[in-house]
Design a protein around this ligand. Structure first.
Ligand SMILES: [Mg+2]
Ligand SMILES: [Zn+2]
Length: 98
């Protein structure tokens, strides 16, 4: 499934609720899911739980994009032809390891 198809699927499932909730509250849900992913990583949870938390974060990010009218397949073009910093496919920018 392409990112655009996933975004359309999430839109079909949830758009009425999402638009009623609005961007600010949707962002809070997204942030809560990021927290759950952080906790799963920190606890070293098993692959199934970790995978589920990644799915939640992605779904809520996509939801937020829908509420804001952002096309994520368009958005990722920022990266698809190379690092936005140096333009290389394998980044040659000064390392930012922390
Ligand atoms: Mg979750
Ligand atoms: Zn770079």
């Amino acid at each position: 499934m392409h990112i655009r198809e996933f975004q359309q699927l999430i839109d079909r499932m949830y758009s009425d609720k999402d638009r009623a909730r609005g961007a600010a509250k949707t962002f809070l849900w997204f942030a809560e899911e990021v927290g759950e992913l952080a906790s799963a990583v920190a606890k070293g949870e098993d692959r199934a739980n970790l995978t589920s938390e990644f799915a939640d974060v992605l779904a809520w990010l996509v939801t937020l994009a829908n509420v804001e009218g952002v096309d994520l397949e368009e958005a990722i073009k920022k990266f698809t032809s190379g690092c936005p910093g140096c333009g290389q496919l394998v980044c040659k920018c000064d390392a930012k390891l922390t």
